[in-house]
Design a protein around this ligand. Structure first.
Ligand code: FES
Length: 271
């Protein structure tokens, strides 16, 4: 629930922030009282102000990742009061405003926790595992140098809409951080679905799903046990229905690969 504030009324909170100097060192929570907090400040602006104060005092500023600050890039990943991206629904940390909190609140801020996302420093985690999954199959093969007319391949409206829903995934990792198994199924489902729904994504469809799932499994992500915490915290509200689609695609590709007819030498097949 969003707290009520008059636009000008400043208030005080305490930020309880996870501080960890590096991957190898132990971390701990440190309290930072903050006064003169405007309800119109974004959460990241409060961290900016706190970091200015720490720098002036000669202390190490809090490391946190950010880029677009408008919910597009997926880098501002941290957990606020136990929820990836904080209290709001369908928004990223950078879109969280201090009006979501009350006078005197202790706000616990920590990095995303998952074996596959090691902590680099403070609130910053290494999420290259997502890049590796993407590299395993999250692409289509196209001839470059002569772009085809965008309208030359008709796409049914329902497929285009569903593909766009899946393509909203910003790869922030909130789905993994929220899942008790640290499963990456919602991320993989979104990537597999948005390409698999389009005609351009068909040539690699089976190879893609098998490679992306196998890479996901090899990188330390857990299995999906239908908790649906992933879609509950997704800043793009991507539906867990895409996980069902991923499972169907995976089984279909597995069957086709397992029972692929062998070539007949007499027929002159290329094998
Ligand atoms: S900084 Fe880009 S999504 Fe938050």
């Amino acid at each position: 629930m969003v707290a009520e504030h008059s636009p000008k009324k400043l208030f005080s909170v305490t930020l309880r922030v996870w501080r960890q100097a590096s991957t190898k060192e132990a971390g701990r929570f440190v309290d930072y009282p903050s006064s003169n907090v405007s309800p119109d400040m974004s959460f990241l602006e409060l961290l900016d102000v706190l970091n200015d104060e720490l720098t002036i005092k000669g202390e190490e500023p809090i490391a946190f990742a950010h880029d677009c600050r408008e919910g597009i890039c997926g880098t501002c990943s941290c957990t606020i009061n136990g929820k990836p991206h904080g209290p709001g629904k369908g928004i990223a940390t950078c879109q969280t405003y201090m009006r979501s909190f009350q006078e005197g609140d202790v706000i616990v801020v920590e990095p995303f926790r998952a074996t596959a996302f090691p902590i680099i420093k403070d609130l910053v985690t290494e999420r290259a595992a997502f890049d590796k999954i993407q590299q395993a199959g999250g692409f289509i093969s196209v001839r470059t140098g002569a772009a085809p007319d965008a309208n030359s391949i008709p796409v049914p409206k329902e497929d285009a809409d569903l593909a766009m829903d899946a393509a909203q995934c910003i790869g922030c990792g909130a789905c993994v951080a929220a899942c008790k198994n640290a499963s990456a199924m919602l991320f993989v489902a979104a990537k597999v679905s948005h390409l698999g729904l389009m005609p351009q994504g068909q040539p690699e469809r089976d190879r893609r799903v098998l490679a992306m799932v196998s890479t996901m499994d090899s990188l330390g992500f857990g299995s999906c046990t239908n908790q649906y915490e992933c879609s509950a915290v997704c800043p793009k509200t991507i539906s867990h229905d895409f996980i069902a689609r991923l499972n169907r695609d995976y089984v279909s590709a597995l069957i086709k690969t397992t029972f692929k007819p062998t070539s007949n030498a007499g027929a002159g097949g290329a094998g």
